[in-house]
Design a binder for this molecule. Structure first.
Ligand code: NAD
Ligand code: IPM
Ligand code: MN
Length: 351
């Protein structure tokens, strides 16, 4: 299997090295051959060459690789994130990775900032629409930099785009023991675009009688996620709201360093990445938490049909962190590399 590895910027580089180590360990243990090809796309490459991605880069990723693993992008030298838009967002768009799958799973009660919350209370998944919404870049600036500036940023919602992500969430809920599906929107204020989400949700719900479909406005969802996360099994929402609630979800798991994600188009080359960004202040210091990246590699192997191998990574991570090992942000004493080593040892020991 051929995997494109894009470490990217900042701590993306640090955590990707650990995810790669873990995938290689799984390969050795289960006799799988992974060809991991590292690609240089990121801030340094952009500043050196003026090119964020080669012109046929997205097509090449899709045609030549079974999966893509990406660390994080973002560099203070490129404040408008031009390179990241081309590398990260354009890969989501060009490869049509319409499902942003972000599980929120607390591994140990110690990591959760809420009182009386353990693994039984925090265990849900978020499906974030990943190809439309506010992210498409429709709009513009008129008289930029003047006192008369007008800035327009349109939110795009298409019937096909909303339908496929909401349907994906219903299908997931119907197939798993997690039978409650909550859709979040802001249809009380955004009465055009989010009326479409209401319409689609209302059309699909009767087709899934075993799924308990319910709705919250996004502001109320933010509150309920803190008040009582146990009520959530599956969440579906738009691109922007999904971005925000998954940082909240990350903290429920112990912090941004713990959260994993997959950008999926079922059946096609998909892209996996931790939820966090490049955290420049921690870059290269051997302090970043690599667990979100390592768990993202488990999502990747699962998507590639390697469920046993993926489960081994998840078990190894659970064993390590429940034993009190792990990086400082979750109360451990290990560095980034030592955390990766501990997960590798757990895999080698038979996790
Ligand atoms: P961030 O996720 O990089 O970091 C926010 C804070 O969370 C950090 O200061 C740190 O305290 C903590 N944190 C994040 N990841 C951690 C880890 N692995 N281990 C330990 N602590 C961790 O978000 P930001 O500061 O808003 O953004 C920094 C840059 O990253 C920006 O350029 C932003 O645009 C970019 N970004 C990229 C991605 C991505 O590539 N997927 C995601 C989010 C932000
Ligand atoms: C994420 C990130 C990205 C997003 C940024 C870097 C554009 O925050 O993957 O969550 O908003 O999707
Ligand atoms: Mn984000």
């Amino acid at each position: 299997m051929k995997i494109a590895v894009i470490p990217g910027d900042g701590i993306g580089v640090d955590v990707t090295a650990e995810a790669v180590k873990v995938v290689e360990a799984v390969g050795r243990r289960f006799g799988r051959r992974f060809q991991l090809d590292t690609l240089p796309y990121g801030a340094d490459h952009y500043l050196e060459t003026g090119v964020a991605m080669p012109p046929d880069g997205h097509r090449m990723l899709q045609a030549e690789f079974d999966a893509i693993f990406i660390g994080a992008l973002g560099d203070p030298r490129i404040p408008d994130m031009r390179h990241a838009r081309e590398i990260l967002l354009e890969t989501r768009f060009q490869l049509d990775l319409y499902v942003n799958y972000r599980p929120v799973k607390l591994l140990d009660a110690r990591f959760c900032p809420l009182k009386d919350c353990g693994p039984d209370e925090v265990n849900f998944v978020v499906f974030r629409e990943n190809t439309e919404g506010m992210y498409v870049g429709v709009g513009g600036r008129f008289k930029a930099g003047t006192p008369d500036e007008i800035a327009v940023q349109e939110e795009i919602n298409t019937y096909a785009g909303v339908h496929r992500i909401v349907k994906h969430a219903f299908e997931y809920a119907a197939k798993t023991p997690r039978r409650r599906l909550c859709m979040a929107d802001k249809s009380n204020a955004l009465r055009h675009g989010h009326a479409l989400w209401q319409r689609v949700f209302g059309e699909l719900a009767p087709q899934y009688p075993t799924v308990e479909a319910w709705h919250l406005f996004i502001d109320a969802m933010a509150m309920q996620l803190v008040k009582n996360p146990a009520q959530f099994d599956v969440i579906v929402t738009n691109n922007m709201f999904g971005d925000i609630v998954t940082d909240l979800g990350a903290q429920l798991q112990g912090g941004l360093g713990m959260a994993a994600s997959g950008n999926l188009h079922p059946g096609r080359t998909s892209m996996f990445e931790p939820v966090h960004g490049s955290a420049p202040k921690y870059a290269g210091k051997n302090v970043a938490n690599p667990i979100g990246a390592i768990l993202s590699s488990a999502l990747m192997l699962d998507d590639l049909g390697l469920a046993v191998e993926a489960a081994s990574i998840e078990q190894a991570v659970a064993d390590v962190v429940r034993a009190g090992q792990g990086p400082r942000d979750i109360g451990g004493t290990l560095g980034t590399r030592e955390t990766g080593d501990a997960v590798v040892s757990a895999i080698e020991a038979g996790a």
